[in-house]
Ligand binder design. Structure first.
Ligand SMILES: [Zn+2]
Length: 83
């Protein structure tokens, strides 16, 4: 005997919950943007002009965001500017 399962119903409260989560994610991104720190020395990165994204030379291709001073040092260590 076959069982019949009803399809999940997406009600309006679920949609609101998804919107709330989405707006929180955007809030977190904005928070991180406003409170970014250099990955190497920890200096606050206050303006986008002081922020450099570099690609790690260590195989995994990881990215780090660094300040102007560390940017120069990172280039010397083999980091490449992220495109
Ligand atoms: Zn730094």
């Amino acid at each position: 005997m076959a069982q019949i399962f009803s399809l999940p119903v997406i009600d309006k409260s679920s949609a609101r919950a998804v919107e709330a989560v989405a707006s929180n994610v955007i809030g977190v991104a904005e928070f991180l943007e406003a409170h970014a720190r250099c990955s190497l020395c920890g200096a606050p990165l206050t303006s986008p002009a002081e922020r450099f994204t570099m690609v790690s030379p260590f195989g995994n291709g990881g990215r780090v965001t660094v300040c102007r001073a560390c940017h120069r040092a990172a280039l010397g260590e083999g980091y490449r500017p992220a495109v």
